[in-house]
Design a protein around this ligand. Structure first.
Ligand SMILES: Nc1nc2c(ncn2[C@@H]2O[C@H](COP(=O)(O)OP(=O)(O)OP(=O)(O)O)[C@@H](O)[C@H]2O)c(=O)[nH]1
Ligand SMILES: [Mg+2]
Length: 253
Protein backbone atom coordinates (compact mmCIF):
# COMPACT_ATOMS: atom_id res chain seq x y z
CA UNK A 1 0.00 0.00 0.00
CA UNK A 2 1.19 3.52 -0.85
CA UNK A 3 -0.09 6.76 0.63
CA UNK A 4 -0.13 9.97 -1.42
CA UNK A 5 -0.81 13.26 0.38
CA UNK A 6 -2.11 16.12 -1.77
CA UNK A 7 -0.86 19.40 -0.27
CA UNK A 8 -1.08 22.99 -1.50
CA UNK A 9 -2.20 26.50 -0.60
CA UNK A 10 -5.91 27.26 -0.08
CA UNK A 11 -7.93 26.71 -3.26
CA UNK A 12 -5.00 25.30 -5.26
CA UNK A 13 -7.13 22.37 -6.47
CA UNK A 14 -6.35 19.64 -3.90
CA UNK A 15 -9.85 18.22 -3.61
CA UNK A 16 -10.63 18.20 -7.33
CA UNK A 17 -7.25 16.60 -8.07
CA UNK A 18 -7.96 13.95 -5.41
CA UNK A 19 -11.27 13.22 -7.16
CA UNK A 20 -9.90 13.17 -10.72
CA UNK A 21 -6.71 11.28 -9.96
CA UNK A 22 -8.68 8.66 -8.04
CA UNK A 23 -11.10 8.19 -10.95
CA UNK A 24 -8.26 8.09 -13.46
CA UNK A 25 -6.37 5.44 -11.47
CA UNK A 26 -9.55 3.36 -11.23
CA UNK A 27 -9.94 3.48 -15.02
CA UNK A 28 -6.34 2.26 -15.16
CA UNK A 29 -7.48 -0.74 -13.05
CA UNK A 30 -5.58 0.44 -9.97
CA UNK A 31 -6.99 -0.36 -6.54
CA UNK A 32 -7.40 3.07 -4.94
CA UNK A 33 -9.13 4.79 -2.05
CA UNK A 34 -9.58 8.38 -0.91
CA UNK A 35 -9.29 9.96 2.53
CA UNK A 36 -10.60 13.42 3.40
CA UNK A 37 -8.52 15.00 6.19
CA UNK A 38 -10.17 18.44 5.89
CA UNK A 39 -12.56 18.77 8.85
CA UNK A 40 -13.80 22.17 7.65
CA UNK A 41 -14.94 21.26 4.13
CA UNK A 42 -18.66 21.40 3.37
CA UNK A 43 -18.86 19.66 0.00
CA UNK A 44 -16.35 17.47 -1.81
CA UNK A 45 -16.11 16.54 -5.50
CA UNK A 46 -15.69 12.84 -4.49
CA UNK A 47 -17.19 10.45 -1.96
CA UNK A 48 -14.29 9.75 0.44
CA UNK A 49 -13.78 6.17 1.65
CA UNK A 50 -12.62 7.66 4.96
CA UNK A 51 -13.75 11.07 6.16
CA UNK A 52 -12.30 12.98 9.13
CA UNK A 53 -15.69 14.72 9.48
CA UNK A 54 -17.05 11.42 10.83
CA UNK A 55 -14.71 11.91 13.81
CA UNK A 56 -14.38 15.66 14.20
CA UNK A 57 -17.04 18.35 13.86
CA UNK A 58 -15.82 21.94 13.50
CA UNK A 59 -19.30 23.21 14.39
CA UNK A 60 -19.32 21.26 17.68
CA UNK A 61 -15.84 22.56 18.53
CA UNK A 62 -17.03 26.13 17.93
CA UNK A 63 -20.06 25.59 20.14
CA UNK A 64 -18.38 23.65 22.93
CA UNK A 65 -15.23 25.75 23.19
CA UNK A 66 -16.66 29.15 22.28
CA UNK A 67 -14.25 29.45 19.34
CA UNK A 68 -14.58 31.20 16.01
CA UNK A 69 -14.15 29.28 12.74
CA UNK A 70 -10.36 29.74 12.56
CA UNK A 71 -9.73 28.82 16.21
CA UNK A 72 -11.94 25.76 15.75
CA UNK A 73 -9.98 24.72 12.63
CA UNK A 74 -6.70 25.02 14.53
CA UNK A 75 -8.11 22.87 17.33
CA UNK A 76 -9.54 20.39 14.80
CA UNK A 77 -6.10 20.09 13.16
CA UNK A 78 -4.62 19.06 16.49
CA UNK A 79 -7.48 16.65 17.23
CA UNK A 80 -6.79 14.83 13.95
CA UNK A 81 -3.52 13.64 15.51
CA UNK A 82 -5.50 11.93 18.28
CA UNK A 83 -7.48 10.01 15.66
CA UNK A 84 -4.37 8.94 13.72
CA UNK A 85 -4.36 5.38 15.03
CA UNK A 86 -8.08 4.84 14.35
CA UNK A 87 -7.76 6.38 10.88
CA UNK A 88 -4.71 4.19 10.23
CA UNK A 89 -6.75 1.08 11.14
CA UNK A 90 -9.47 2.14 8.70
CA UNK A 91 -6.88 2.73 5.99
CA UNK A 92 -5.40 -0.74 6.51
CA UNK A 93 -8.89 -2.28 6.30
CA UNK A 94 -9.45 -0.72 2.86
CA UNK A 95 -6.75 -2.99 1.41
CA UNK A 96 -6.13 -0.55 -1.43
CA UNK A 97 -2.83 -0.34 -3.26
CA UNK A 98 -2.80 3.44 -3.38
CA UNK A 99 -4.56 5.78 -0.94
CA UNK A 100 -4.97 9.44 -1.91
CA UNK A 101 -5.22 11.79 1.06
CA UNK A 102 -6.83 15.22 0.56
CA UNK A 103 -5.44 17.62 3.19
CA UNK A 104 -7.01 20.67 4.90
CA UNK A 105 -7.76 23.82 2.92
CA UNK A 106 -5.37 25.95 4.93
CA UNK A 107 -2.08 24.25 4.24
CA UNK A 108 -0.39 25.70 7.32
CA UNK A 109 -2.80 23.82 9.61
CA UNK A 110 -1.57 20.51 8.26
CA UNK A 111 2.02 21.26 7.30
CA UNK A 112 3.23 23.74 9.88
CA UNK A 113 1.71 22.48 13.12
CA UNK A 114 3.30 19.49 14.83
CA UNK A 115 0.07 17.50 14.44
CA UNK A 116 0.25 17.20 10.61
CA UNK A 117 3.60 15.45 10.25
CA UNK A 118 2.78 13.40 13.38
CA UNK A 119 -0.51 12.26 11.83
CA UNK A 120 1.13 11.51 8.49
CA UNK A 121 3.78 9.38 10.16
CA UNK A 122 1.43 7.59 12.53
CA UNK A 123 -1.36 6.79 10.03
CA UNK A 124 0.53 3.80 8.69
CA UNK A 125 4.13 2.74 8.24
CA UNK A 126 3.52 2.18 4.51
CA UNK A 127 5.60 4.20 2.01
CA UNK A 128 4.34 7.72 1.47
CA UNK A 129 4.78 10.59 -0.96
CA UNK A 130 3.59 14.18 -1.18
CA UNK A 131 2.16 15.85 -4.26
CA UNK A 132 2.63 19.61 -3.77
CA UNK A 133 0.43 21.88 -5.89
CA UNK A 134 1.62 25.10 -7.52
CA UNK A 135 -1.60 26.88 -8.56
CA UNK A 136 -0.98 27.82 -12.23
CA UNK A 137 -2.77 31.18 -12.12
CA UNK A 138 -1.02 32.20 -8.90
CA UNK A 139 2.40 30.94 -10.03
CA UNK A 140 2.42 32.87 -13.30
CA UNK A 141 3.84 35.86 -11.42
CA UNK A 142 7.55 35.11 -10.76
CA UNK A 143 7.35 36.64 -7.27
CA UNK A 144 4.51 34.24 -6.40
CA UNK A 145 6.35 31.38 -8.06
CA UNK A 146 9.45 31.91 -5.90
CA UNK A 147 7.29 32.25 -2.76
CA UNK A 148 5.65 28.94 -3.65
CA UNK A 149 9.09 27.31 -4.08
CA UNK A 150 9.81 28.37 -0.50
CA UNK A 151 6.51 27.04 0.80
CA UNK A 152 7.07 23.74 -0.91
CA UNK A 153 10.64 23.53 0.45
CA UNK A 154 9.17 24.20 3.92
CA UNK A 155 6.68 21.36 3.42
CA UNK A 156 9.52 19.03 2.39
CA UNK A 157 11.45 20.09 5.48
CA UNK A 158 8.48 19.20 7.70
CA UNK A 159 7.66 15.76 6.32
CA UNK A 160 10.81 14.45 4.59
CA UNK A 161 8.74 12.26 2.25
CA UNK A 162 9.50 11.97 -1.45
CA UNK A 163 7.79 15.02 -2.95
CA UNK A 164 6.45 15.66 -6.45
CA UNK A 165 5.50 19.10 -7.73
CA UNK A 166 2.49 19.75 -9.87
CA UNK A 167 1.36 22.85 -11.80
CA UNK A 168 -2.33 22.55 -10.89
CA UNK A 169 -5.29 23.98 -12.86
CA UNK A 170 -3.02 24.18 -15.91
CA UNK A 171 -6.11 24.38 -18.15
CA UNK A 172 -6.63 27.96 -16.90
CA UNK A 173 -3.49 29.22 -18.68
CA UNK A 174 -2.77 29.22 -22.43
CA UNK A 175 -0.36 26.30 -23.09
CA UNK A 176 2.57 28.61 -23.89
CA UNK A 177 2.22 30.34 -20.50
CA UNK A 178 1.96 27.04 -18.62
CA UNK A 179 5.02 25.81 -20.52
CA UNK A 180 6.95 28.90 -19.48
CA UNK A 181 6.36 28.11 -15.78
CA UNK A 182 7.38 24.50 -16.39
CA UNK A 183 10.55 25.82 -18.04
CA UNK A 184 11.37 27.93 -14.93
CA UNK A 185 10.96 24.81 -12.82
CA UNK A 186 13.63 22.92 -14.79
CA UNK A 187 15.99 25.76 -15.59
CA UNK A 188 17.09 28.21 -12.85
CA UNK A 189 18.63 30.49 -15.46
CA UNK A 190 15.29 30.93 -17.26
CA UNK A 191 13.73 31.86 -13.91
CA UNK A 192 16.54 34.31 -13.20
CA UNK A 193 15.96 36.01 -16.57
CA UNK A 194 12.26 36.52 -15.86
CA UNK A 195 12.94 37.73 -12.31
CA UNK A 196 15.30 40.35 -13.78
CA UNK A 197 12.73 41.28 -16.44
CA UNK A 198 9.59 41.48 -14.33
CA UNK A 199 10.76 42.52 -10.86
CA UNK A 200 12.63 45.56 -9.62
CA UNK A 201 14.54 46.73 -6.53
CA UNK A 202 14.43 44.73 -3.32
CA UNK A 203 11.82 42.30 -4.73
CA UNK A 204 14.16 41.37 -7.56
CA UNK A 205 17.10 40.95 -5.21
CA UNK A 206 15.17 38.90 -2.66
CA UNK A 207 13.52 36.66 -5.26
CA UNK A 208 16.84 35.97 -6.93
CA UNK A 209 18.58 35.18 -3.63
CA UNK A 210 15.68 32.99 -2.45
CA UNK A 211 15.65 31.04 -5.70
CA UNK A 212 19.42 30.57 -5.61
CA UNK A 213 19.31 29.44 -1.97
CA UNK A 214 16.83 26.69 -2.87
CA UNK A 215 18.96 25.54 -5.80
CA UNK A 216 22.10 25.55 -3.65
CA UNK A 217 20.29 23.20 -1.27
CA UNK A 218 19.84 20.79 -4.17
CA UNK A 219 16.04 20.90 -3.99
CA UNK A 220 14.40 20.34 -7.37
CA UNK A 221 10.93 21.50 -8.34
CA UNK A 222 10.32 20.11 -11.78
CA UNK A 223 6.62 20.82 -12.33
CA UNK A 224 4.19 18.38 -13.94
CA UNK A 225 1.31 20.36 -15.52
CA UNK A 226 -1.98 18.82 -14.42
CA UNK A 227 -5.66 19.70 -14.57
CA UNK A 228 -8.22 18.16 -12.26
CA UNK A 229 -10.86 19.56 -14.60
CA UNK A 230 -9.70 18.23 -17.99
CA UNK A 231 -7.53 15.35 -16.64
CA UNK A 232 -4.57 16.69 -18.60
CA UNK A 233 -1.27 15.43 -17.18
CA UNK A 234 -2.74 12.77 -14.87
CA UNK A 235 -0.90 10.10 -16.85
CA UNK A 236 2.41 11.91 -16.18
CA UNK A 237 1.58 12.35 -12.50
CA UNK A 238 0.73 8.64 -12.24
CA UNK A 239 4.00 7.59 -13.92
CA UNK A 240 6.07 9.95 -11.76
CA UNK A 241 4.49 8.55 -8.57
CA UNK A 242 5.01 4.98 -9.76
CA UNK A 243 8.66 5.79 -10.43
CA UNK A 244 9.33 7.15 -6.94
CA UNK A 245 7.15 4.68 -5.01
CA UNK A 246 7.24 1.39 -6.92
CA UNK A 247 10.24 1.72 -9.23
CA UNK A 248 8.06 2.23 -12.32
CA UNK A 249 5.70 -0.74 -11.72
CA UNK A 250 1.92 -0.30 -11.54
CA UNK A 251 0.52 0.07 -7.99
CA UNK A 252 -1.87 -2.82 -8.68
CA UNK A 253 -0.19 -5.53 -10.73
N1 LIG B 1 -10.33 25.22 -14.26
C1 LIG B 1 -9.97 24.47 -13.21
N2 LIG B 1 -10.52 24.72 -12.01
C2 LIG B 1 -10.14 23.95 -10.97
C3 LIG B 1 -9.17 22.92 -11.09
N3 LIG B 1 -8.99 22.35 -9.89
C4 LIG B 1 -9.82 22.99 -9.04
N4 LIG B 1 -10.52 23.95 -9.69
C5 LIG B 1 -11.50 24.87 -9.10
O1 LIG B 1 -10.86 25.66 -8.11
C6 LIG B 1 -11.67 25.77 -6.95
C7 LIG B 1 -10.93 25.17 -5.75
O2 LIG B 1 -10.73 23.80 -6.02
P1 LIG B 1 -10.59 22.73 -4.87
O3 LIG B 1 -10.33 21.41 -5.50
O4 LIG B 1 -11.72 22.82 -3.92
O5 LIG B 1 -9.26 23.29 -4.17
P2 LIG B 1 -8.69 22.93 -2.72
O6 LIG B 1 -7.22 23.14 -2.76
O7 LIG B 1 -9.20 21.61 -2.29
O8 LIG B 1 -9.40 24.07 -1.88
P3 LIG B 1 -9.42 24.19 -0.28
O9 LIG B 1 -9.53 22.79 0.27
O10 LIG B 1 -10.62 25.03 0.00
O11 LIG B 1 -8.13 24.85 0.06
C8 LIG B 1 -12.97 25.06 -7.29
O12 LIG B 1 -13.89 26.00 -7.77
C9 LIG B 1 -12.59 24.07 -8.37
O13 LIG B 1 -13.65 23.76 -9.23
C10 LIG B 1 -8.60 22.69 -12.39
O14 LIG B 1 -7.74 21.83 -12.60
N5 LIG B 1 -9.03 23.51 -13.40
MG1 LIG C 1 -10.12 21.00 -0.50
Amino acid sequence: MFIVFIIGTAGSGKSLLTASFNEWLKVEKQKTATVNLDPGVLTLPYAPDIDIRDYISVNSIMREHGLGPNGALVMAADLIAEEAERLGGEIEDLQSDVVIVDTPGQMELFAFRASGPYTANELTKEPKAIVYLFDAVFSFNPLNYVSNMFLSAAVYNRFFFPQLHVLSKCDLLPPEEANRIVEWSGDPEALEVVIDEKLTGTRRLLSREMMQAIHRLGLRFHLIPVSGKTNEGLINLGSALERILVGGEKFTL
